[in-house]
Design a protein around this ligand. Structure first.
Ligand code: NAD
Length: 517
């Protein structure tokens, strides 16, 4: 085995991140309110227990909400650029602790150390973005139809924003929401995935340090822990005007209904079933890199992972051979070892879902060209390691229409024009990320046109996986329709107010209505 990627181990990383008392059930700052059952977090890397975290009871939750409501009263009055300064300091702390947090992300979630560092880098990037944005929360001014009147709109914070996140981006998704919500003047209550609770504790510690150094209440950032039942405290709570929920479509449908039922707002970032269209004009080398990284990166556990390759029949065999050959080079093992390409799945339930998908694709008439399989033996003791698989399939197979959160890539063949490939690409219920590999301008533009991809993300000559924080991130249809991160995604964290001011001594009514007394 080659050397690990950092000079220190996981114990040291936990120490740097201030994660203590792991055996009694760790708690931190506001999480001291936690008195519920204990969640044990085992690493999918080696099956070892990382730590134990206390869950939040309803009574604890009420304490958290009191702290959050009180913190909001202070935070909302601070000018936005000053809130930006606090977010800048938070970004600096992340820079200092990048290696430790990246390592914990890798060890608790199972993604490669490089991807763990990349996730922390995304947090740093969104902080930088938010700092600039803190001086740009612009509203418009309009011309009033009445003389001597001025009309404009302004944005005010919403209040308490609830964040529910998935296991696969255990830290970045939280920061995409909080960095923006904070500069907007909101406070946040975060429920991380019950599968990655230690990452939540580590982030809370970093945020708490920054607030303490600035004599600000820690309630600006609150952490609650537990499964869906704890999530439901927030979805049912009218004191939370916005719930940002990232996870499966199944979860999103429940959350959407619950939050809409009380006329709250939800920001939903749900499942994807992402495809790359490969046309006869594609650069095959670029296609192979994009497709393989997209399909096996994070062991196929990204919302933007490539699940379908839609290949023109004229180059089908060539692309298939190139991708299958590339899979032969993949090294599967400990993700903290830089030599490995593919780490474990999150847990053995995910392994079972992967095995089930391979069974189903064969039952539906598919053909496994890279067989896959569950790994056992030395280095694979956690039982979470699987071999990435490739199946030739048909677009309408039920299993192809379904998001299997594992490294299973489906090869689909199209004939005729690019329109046919776009139809196949759009035929699934999800609408997150999509890509076309082509050097043909007409095909590329067609793909991006109104008749093209129906996804929230549509790329040309880039794979489906990953995104930059500068753009608004999210997808349509079963992906939930939410947008977070860059562009004008900040607007969802604020309420818009239209103001009209009369500086005359008359009171003219709008639309010329007369009301003489
Ligand atoms: P999941 O739906 O099982 O859980 C996500 C979160 O929702 C967890 O914190 C969970 O406790 C909570 N939750 C579940 N049911 C709930 C309910 N009824 N009320 C309130 N909270 C509830 O998802 P997962 O397995 O952690 O993550 C994988 C899924 O997330 C995949 O489908 C993936 O595509 C999706 N995902 C989407 C994005 C995106 O930006 N579109 C990003 C990451 C992950």
């Amino acid at each position: 085995m080659s050397a690990m990627a950092t000079s220190f181990g996981i114990d040291k990383a936990l120490e740097i991140l201030g994660v203590k008392t792991i055996n009694e059930g760790t708690s931190t700052g506001l999480n001291n309110f936690s008195n519920g059952d204990i969640i044990e977090s085992y690493s999918p890397v080696d099956g070892h227990l990382i730590g134990k975290v206390k869950t939040t009871t309803k009574a604890d939750y009420e304490e958290v909400m009191t702290a959050a409501s009180s913190a909001f009263k202070t935070w909302r009055t601070m000018p936005a650029p000053q809130r930006g300064e606090i977010v800048r300091q938070f970004g600096e702390k992340l820079r200092e602790k990048k290696e430790a947090l990246g390592k914990l992300v890798s060890y608790e979630m199972g993604k490669s150390y490089q991807e763990g560092l990349g996730e922390v880098q995304e947090m740093i990037d969104i902080c930088d973005f938010a700092v600039g944005l803190s001086r740009q929360l612009h509203g418009l001014t309009m011309h009033s139809e009445r003389p001597g009147h001025r009309m404009y709109e302004q944005y005010h914070p919403l209040g308490i924003v609830g964040v529910i996140s998935a296991f696969n981006f255990p830290v970045a998704v939280w920061s995409w929401n909080t960095a923006l919500a904070w500069i907007c003047g909101d406070v946040c209550v975060w429920k991380p995935s019950e599968k990655t609770p230690i990452c939540g504790i580590a982030c809370q510690n970093i945020a708490a340090e920054v607030f303490a150094e600035n004599n600000l209440p820690e309630g600006i950032s609150c952490l609650i822990n537990g499964d869906y039942k704890v999530g439901e405290f927030m979805t049912k709570d009218t004191r939370i005007p916005l719930v940002s929920a990232t996870g499966s479509t199944r979860m999103g449908k429940i959350v959407a209904k619950e939050v809409a039922g009380r006329l709250g707002k939800s920001l939903l970032e749900l499942g994807g079933n992402n495809a790359i269209i490969v046309t006869p004009d594609a650069d095959i080398k670029m296609t192979v890199i994009g497709a393989v990284f997209g399909a096996v990166g994070t062991a196929g556990q990204r919302c933007t992972s490539t699940r379908r390759l839609i290949i023109h029949e004229s180059i089908y065999n060539k692309v298939k051979t190139a991708v299958v050959d590339a899979y032969k080079q993949l090294r599967i093992g400990n993700p903290l070892d830089e030599n490995n390409h593919v780490g474990p799945l999150i847990d053995t339930d995910a392994v079972n879902m992967y095995s089930e998908a391979l069974k189903k694709v064969v039952e539906e008439g598919g053909n496994l060209v890279v067989e896959g399989g569950v790994l056992s033996g030395e280095g694979y003791e956690s039982g979470c390691y699987v071999k990435p698989a490739i199946a030739e399939a048909k677009p309408d197979f039920k299993i192809v229409q379904h998001e299997t959160f594992a490294p299973v890539l489906y090869l689909l063949k199209y004939s005729g024009d690019v329109e046919n490939a776009i139809d196949i690409q759009n035929e699934v219920a999800q609408g997150l990320s999509s890509a076309i590999m082509t050097n043909n301008l007409r095909e590329a533009e067609r793909f991006l046109s109104v008749q093209g991809s129906d996804c929230g993300i549509a790329n040309v000559n880039i794979g489906t996986s990953g995104a930059e924080i500068g753009g608004a991130f999210g997808g349509e249809k079963d992906t939930g329709g939410g947008r977070e991160s860059g562009s004008d995604a900040w607007k969802i964290y604020m309420r818009r107010q239209t103001n009209t001011i009369n500086y005359t001594t008359e009171l003219p009514l709008a639309q010329g209505i007369k009301f003489d007394l």
